[in-house]
Design a protein around this ligand. Structure first.
Ligand code: NAP
Length: 300
């Protein structure tokens, strides 16, 4: 009887393992070939198509305001373009104001009515974050949407102004602080306008690489052992955990009393040919990006 139990247990585990892997393989193929999911969108859907299907959310008499970090290129620029086209006032904090100006020009060419505000922000400096937030708050604008999108991937050990490892410091610590300073404004706007506020952390499936051994900080600070992919994966795991913890805090009775009608989401944008990928192309991304067989979006 005992042997029988072990045999069943053995085969059940094999079945479990295979079905999990099969699901993963099917998911990967659906993604690579742009097959649409339950939402009606797949990896071949464009930002314009997604926004089009939610057009009613933008047709309020109240002009929504969004802050998008990293809007000077890639996914951030595309997000700024489609939101501005829909009448959202887009605040573009950037460390390179010339680049930001060029993006603004491109967007205005397509949508002359677009309302774009350029401001300086370097996420690798706490004082820059503090200064950006106080300048933004002084404008007395509402804040409906915060998109924590900017991303950094360093091949070699670099440091932020406060001497944190650059990738973790920019992607996680910078966005954590930014969100902390702006949260009150998001909650107030949601309460005053009765429109749900949104915080979106742009993460990556690569966060799974960090879950195997968890956070390893000591190695990160050793130039000989520095591994850029691990640093990036850890920063993305931290972005995800930030979203989860913030969600829990916003649901806490303390904030419920303040009618914290703000939701936090994490999003993996898929594989997109942007600066971050082009600069750090490895074997796997090279195979995907170099091939037209696979569906892979491209943005400036
Ligand atoms: N592309 C993909 O396949 C992929 C996959 C998974 C996740 N993601 C995530 O998607 C997000 C957007 O990345 P992307 O692919 O669009 O890459 P990208 O084209 O390289 O854009 C990165 C943006 O982040 C900004 N940035 C970097 N460091 C900054 C700092 N210290 N302060 C302020 N802004 C800073 C850059 O500004 P500058 O113009 O000044 O450099 C740029 O605007 C990132 O969070 C990335 O991790 C991308």
């Amino acid at each position: 009887m005992k042997i029988m139990k072990w045999v069943i247990y053995f085969f059940y585990n094999i079945y479990d393992c295979l079905s999990e892997k099969w699901e993963f393989v099917c998911g990967a193929f659906r993604y690579l070939y742009g097959v649409k999911g339950q939402s009606g969108f797949g990896s071949s859907s464009t930002a314009d198509q997604v926004v089009e299907s939610f057009s009613s959310s933008f047709s309020t008499s109240f002009r929504l305001t969004a802050i998008i970090t990293g809007a000077t290129s890639g996914i951030g620029e595309e997000t700024a373009r489609v939101l501005a086209k829909r009448g959202v006032r887009v605040v573009m904090p950037a460390r390179d104001m010339k680049k930001a100006g060029e993006v603004k020009e491109r967007i205005l060419k397509e949508s002359p009515e677009a309302l774009l505000i350029l401001m300086e922000l370097d996420l690798s400096s706490f004082s820059s974050i503090q200064s950006f937030c106080s300048k933004f708050l002084q404008l007395s604008l509402p804040l409906n949407i915060l998109i924590n999108n900017a991303g950094k991937f360093c091949r070699r050990l670099e440091h932020t102004t406060e001497s944190f490892e650059m990738t973790f410091g920019t992607n996680y610590l910078g966005h954590y602080l930014l969100t902390k300073f702006l949260l009150k404004k998001l909650i107030e706007t949601a309460s005053e306008t009765e429109i749900e506020g949104r915080i979106i952390n742009v993460t990556s499936v690569i966060h799974r690489w960090a879950t195997i051994e968890g956070f390893v900080f000591d190695d990160l600070l050793n130039p000989k052992n520095y591994n850029g992919t691990r640093a990036y994966a850890q920063s993305k795991l931290a972005n995800l955990m930030h979203a989860k913890e913030l969600t829990a805090q916003l649901r806490s009775p303390h904030l419920q009393e303040r009618r914290a009608n703000v939701t936090v989401n994490s999003v993996h944008p898929g594989i997109v040919k942007t600066g971050i990928i082009r600069d750090h192309r490895g074997l796997i991304t090279g195979i995907f990006l170099g091939s037209d067989i696979f569906c892979c979006s491209e943005v400036p």
